[in-house]
Design a protein around this ligand. Sequence first.
Ligand SMILES: C[S@@+](CC[C@H](N)C(=O)[O-])C[C@H]1O[C@@H](n2cnc3c(N)ncnc32)[C@H](O)[C@@H]1O
Length: 280
Amino acid sequence: MEKYHIERNTVQETLVIPLYGRKVCAEHYPELFEAREAARICDSLDYDFTEKGKAMESVAGLFGAMEVAQRHYDLLWEVRDYLKEHPEAAVVNMGCGLGDSFSKADNGSCRGYSIDFPDVIKIRNDILGQGEREDNIASDLLDFRWMDKIDSSKGAIFLAAGVFYYLKNADVIRLIGKLNERFPGAVVVFDSCNERGARLMRKTWLKEADIDVSAYFSVNNSSELESWNIGSKKISERSYMRGYRDIFSKVSLIHKVLIIFCDKLVRMKIVKIELLGEQK
Ligand SMILES: C[S@@+](CC[C@H](N)C(=O)[O-])C[C@H]1O[C@@H](n2cnc3c(N)ncnc32)[C@H](O)[C@@H]1O
């Protein structure tokens, strides 16, 4: 079987974290998480998972895996919810990596767009392919020409799972502002945490990645979101670990403590912004 190489020390390499995390989490908690496709994709990569595997054996590491698996669940919930009212909408996965959210949410009539850097899209095309209502778009998210390819005539939901941490705050604001200008009426959903969380995440998972942390995305409180100059908007937030379903009773005491820590001190949220267009 051909194995697909993932270059180390690149932002693209970060796509293995949610994939492998979901696989590990499903092994530990099969009643809570399902990740057969993620496991298949991990098997087809030419990537040494030993170090990540070891890290995920620790209590904190397994919690990290739980976080990415729960985030996948939360954002999928949002997409499915949106599709109930807009069954033919565009589902736009920004910084898709090798995630399979579209195929999981696919209701047979929506349209999927998956955007990532060219080398990621090349591997995605080979491993996951592209269905007839699906487009894989090779582009930097900050090169807004990719937006020309999105058919939002039946509505659009834009999701970003674990992606904005690799962009500067100002660029995230610019990106969402542009989405508001181009796709009024659409919805954007993404995960966020405060600066402490962003620092912790980098320390745990991104030691190898050559990323300058200053000025990168984080959200310290809801008034920060409200102050974003992105045009008219309606913002709501839910707890990342407990806002969509409560796995609290199913996890160990130490993981319960970490869930509370993440809720209260790291401010891990899923943010939903309804784009209302209009002037900034
Ligand atoms: C942590 S991974 C998350 C992948 C996927 N969303 C998931 O949950 O499995 C971050 C992804 O964002 C992509 N990414 C980061 N910055 C990007 C940018 N400026 N343009 C396009 N993709 C970007 C990376 O290449 C990588 O695939």
